[in-house]
Design a binder for this molecule. Structure first.
Ligand code: FMN
Length: 344
């Protein structure tokens, strides 16, 4: 059934197809009995599927990765598809248009995507207004970043602004320093810059705890293209500052071992690659981090999950929960239930 729907959706450009699908989902959600039907078809959560990570209890360990619902527009609808948690963002302090279109491409032979969206989002304040209206009790993560025009030396202020605005409206945070589509952003993965951002947020959080609020975990999302020495720095820092968790990984800039032709890749140009070809490097990073951290810092595994076996493999390599994006596009919403069953 989804293959038929996909063949029609894939007639549109990826970005148009995304907006069309979300509007259709929203329409079904609003129909009388729509929510019931969606839940009946797609949800699978019970006592056995529950997962604890960084002090949060998830209905199940399969989440929607950042970038899909950047502006928190469809949380209630997406929650009806059976996700255990949804990560919104990346949100920045000010709204920004992102890069010029086209900026999202399908690599159908590879079951992959290349995107250079560039943190297009309506700004954190607008997202907060939408979050106030969410009805679902699903766990929500706030993935935060810096505006394109903010210099790296000032980046910590952007993260702090988003953190403060979102604090009462999300259950956990993800500091995104790993998108390849914001110039210079990945330089923030170097230890001193990271330390400044993460310790700054932790200090802010201490202030909230005094006000009687619950402590919200802060995760760090990293790229799959880091060297072992850079990963060692991340491990050291995570242990040194008692980081709550890591998200491994974002998209890759690597283009090796693809079935898509060189000329097509040249035509597409820059961007982050996600989906099946990302799995190998993403799994390697996950394994390396898990070995170094020895269960002292939990990890969410993301990158190239298209089957129950892929999901289970992430758990075996050391992930406590997983997230999907590209696999959701290629396999459709029924993948969520399959993944939940595979890992629980
Ligand atoms: C179109 C698109 C937009 C994305 N936007 C973001 C983003 O804003 N922030 C972020 O942290 N990750 C973003 N990602 C990365 C995903 O969250 C995920 O880490 C990556 O796609 C690997 O997972 P996958 O192979 O299941 O797609 C984006 C991915 C895609 C395909």
């Amino acid at each position: 059934m989804y293959n038929f729907i996909k063949s029609i959706l894939f007639l549109w450009s990826p970005e148009k197809a995304h907006h069309l699908t979300m509007r259709l989902l929203s329409l079904v959600y609003k129909l009388p009995g729509g929510q019931w039907i969606l839940k009946k078809l797609f949800c699978y959560s019970n006592e056995k599927t529950k997962v604890n990570i960084a002090g949060i209890t998830l209905k199940n360990g399969v989440g929607l990765a950042a970038g899909f619902d950047k502006d928190a527009k469809y949380i209630d609808e997406l929650a009806c598809l059976g996700f255990g948690f949804i990560e919104i963002g990346t949100l920045t302090p000010k709204a920004q248009p992102g890069n010029e279109k086209p900026r999202l491409f399908r690599l159908q032979k590879d079951e992959a995507l290349i995107n250079r969206m560039g943190f297009n989002n309506g700004g954190v304040d607008a997202a907060v207004e939408r979050l106030k209206k969410v009805k679902s009790d699903i766990i929500i993560g706030g993935n935060i970043g810096k505006n394109k025009l903010t210099p790296n030396e000032e980046a910590f202020k952007d993260y702090a602004y988003c953190f403060e605005k979102l604090y009462n409206h999300v259950h956990y945070f993800v500091v995104n320093v790993s998108s390849p589509n914001t110039p210079g952003l990945r330089e923030l993965q170097e230890k001193p810059a990271l330390k400044k951002i993460l310790t700054g947020l932790k200090t802010m959080r201490t202030g909230y705890i005094k006000d009687g609020q619950v402590s919200k975990p802060v995760f760090l999302k990293i790229a799959p293209d880091l060297t072992h020495s850079q990963l060692d720095d991340i491990i050291d820092l995570a242990l040194e500052i008692n980081l709550d968790g890591l998200v491994a990984t974002n998209t890759t800039i690597d283009r090796t071992e693809l079935l898509t032709s060189e000329s097509e890749l040249t035509q597409i140009g820059n961007g982050g690659l996600s989906g099946k070809p990302l799995k190998k490097s993403s799994d390697e990073v996950l394994k390396y981090l898990a070995n170094g951290l020895q269960n002292r810092v939990p990890i969410m595994g993301v990158g190239g999950i298209h089957s129950g076996q892929d999901a289970l493999n992430k758990i075996k390599l050391g992930a406590s929960a997983i997230q999907i994006y590209t696999g959701f596009i290629y396999e459709g919403p029924s993948i969520i239930k399959r993944l939940v069953k595979a890992i629980s």
